[in-house]
Design a protein around this ligand. Structure first.
Ligand SMILES: [Zn+2]
Ligand SMILES: [Zn+2]
Length: 329
C-alpha cells in the first residue's frame, strides 16, 4: 500500500511546546502515518510530500518526501472507512469520493485518539444518518490529528497518538461528547431523516431554503420534509426562470412558511430567526433584528442555481442550517 498525499502545510520539524513525548526511530522502523507509533518497515510505505517554508521571503519553497508506515489498527480503521464510503454512494456524491474518505477517516481517527471503540462496519454501513453525524461533529476535530501532518520521518511517538497535545485531545473529546448527545436524542425515539430523492438532483439533497440535509424527527419522520413548488423563484432570491422551482422544504422552514402564509422572504426571515434563537446565537439574532425589513435573504437553492448557471461547481448541503449566510456582516 503506497499512498501519496500532498500537504501545503510547512513541515513542523521541531515538536511544539505542548506536544506529547517523542522517541528516535530505530533502524528498520517507521512511524505510523496516523497514530505515530513505531512500526516495522516492511516495505509498504506511505509517502507524504510536504513543502517546507522558504528560507527567505522570495526564496523557493523546498519540497520533501517523507516516508511513514501504518500500524495494524490504523490500517484496519482505514479499510473500514473505505468499506463504509463504498456502501453509501450518496456520501461520495455529496463530498466527492476523496472528500468522503478523508472526512470519515478524520471522524474515526477521533475515536481512536481518545480511546473510544469504533462503531462496527454493520452499524456504519446501515445508517447514512450516523455517518453524516460522525462527519459533521468529528471531522473538524479529527483533521489535524494525523502524525504525518506534524512530524518528519525521523521520530515516533512513545505509543499510539502519544504525540497529541492535551489541548487537541480535549477538543477531540468535546466534539465526541457533542456527537453522543445528539445521537442519544436520536436514540430516544427521534430519527434523522434525509429528504427523499427528487428528479432535480442538484436541488433534492437539502432544504430549498436553509440548505440542511437532515431533520431530527419524531414518529417515523413522515412530516420531516414537504414537497414544495415555488412558482416565483425570485422570492427566495433565485435567478428568474420560466419554470417553477421544485424541491423539498424541511419541517422547521415549512412551519415558518405556514405561519407567514407563503414561501418567501418573510418566511425565510422567520426560519432564520428561529434557528439563531435555538442555537443560542444572540449576536446573529441581534444583527438580523437590526436589518429588519431591509434584509434580503438568499436561499440555499438560489446559491445552487446561481453557481450552476455560472458553470461553477454546485455546493453541497449546508453543514448547519443557513450555513451559506454569514451573520458577521
Ligand atoms: Zn497507527
Ligand atoms: Zn429548511
Amino acid at each position: 500500500m503506497t499512498a501519496t498525499l500532498t500537504s501545503t502545510e510547512p513541515a513542523d520539524q521541531a515538536p511544539a511546546a505542548d506536544s506529547g513525548s517523542l522517541i528516535p526511530l530505530a533502524t528498520g522502523e517507521l512511524a505510523c502515518s496516523d497514530c505515530g507509533q513505531a512500526v516495522r518497515d516492511d516495505g509498504e510505505r506511505v509517502t507524504v510530500t510536504v513543502y517546507l517554508a522558504a528560507q527567505s521571503p522570495n526564496g523557493p519553497s523546498k519540497e520533501q518526501v517523507l516516508s511513514f508506515g501504518r500500524c495494524p489498527a490504523c490500517a484496519e480503521r482505514r479499510a473500514l472507512v473505505a468499506e463504509v464510503v463504498a456502501a453509501h454512494p450518496a456520501l461520495g456524491g455529496r463530498l466527492g469520493p476523496a472528500g468522503a474518505l478523508d472526512r470519515l477517516g478524520a471522524a474515526l481517527a477521533v475515536h481512536a485518539a481518545i480511546g473510544e471503540p469504533l462503531p462496527s462496519a454493520e452499524t456504519l454501513t446501515g445508517s447514512v444518518e450516523l455517518v453524516s453525524a460522525l462527519i459533521r461533529h468529528l471531522a473538524p476535530a479529527g483533521n489535524g490529528l494525523r502524525w504525518s501532518l506534524r512530524y518528519d520521518g525521523e521520530r515516533a511517538g512513545t505509543g499510539p497518538w502519544d504525540h497529541l497535545p492535551d489541548s487537541q485531545l480535549a477538543a477531540a473529546r468535546k466534539a465526541y461528547v457533542a456527537m453522543l448527545s445528539e445521537r442519544r436524542q436520536a436514540v430516544d425515539g427521534a430519527v434523522w431523516v434525509a429528504p427523499p430523492d427528487a428528479p432535480d438532483a442538484d436541488l433534492s439533497g437539502a432544504c430549498l431554503l436553509c440548505g440542511r440535509d437532515l431533520v431530527l424527527a419524531q414518529s417515523g419522520g413522515a412530516d420531516a420534509w414537504s414537497p414544495t413548488v415555488i412558482s416565483t423563484p425570485s422570492v427566495i432570491a433565485a435567478p428568474t426562470s420560466p419554470e417553477s422551482l421544485k424541491g423539498w422544504v424541511c419541517a422547521p422552514c415549512m412551519s415558518a412558511c405556514q405561519h407567514v402564509g407563503s414561501v418567501g422572504q418573510a418566511a425565510m426571515m422567520r426560519a432564520l430567526e428561529e434557528e439563531l434563537r435555538t442555537s443560542g446565537d444572540e449576536d446573529g439574532s441581534a444583527r438580523l433584528q437590526r436589518l429588519g425589513d431591509s434584509a434580503w435573504l438568499v436561499s440555499w437553492a438560489a446559491v445552487v442555481l446561481r453557481e450552476r448557471r455560472a458553470g461553477r461547481p454546485v455546493p453541497g448541503p449546508n453543514r448547519e442550517p443557513w450555513g451559506h449566510i454569514s451573520m458577521e456582516v
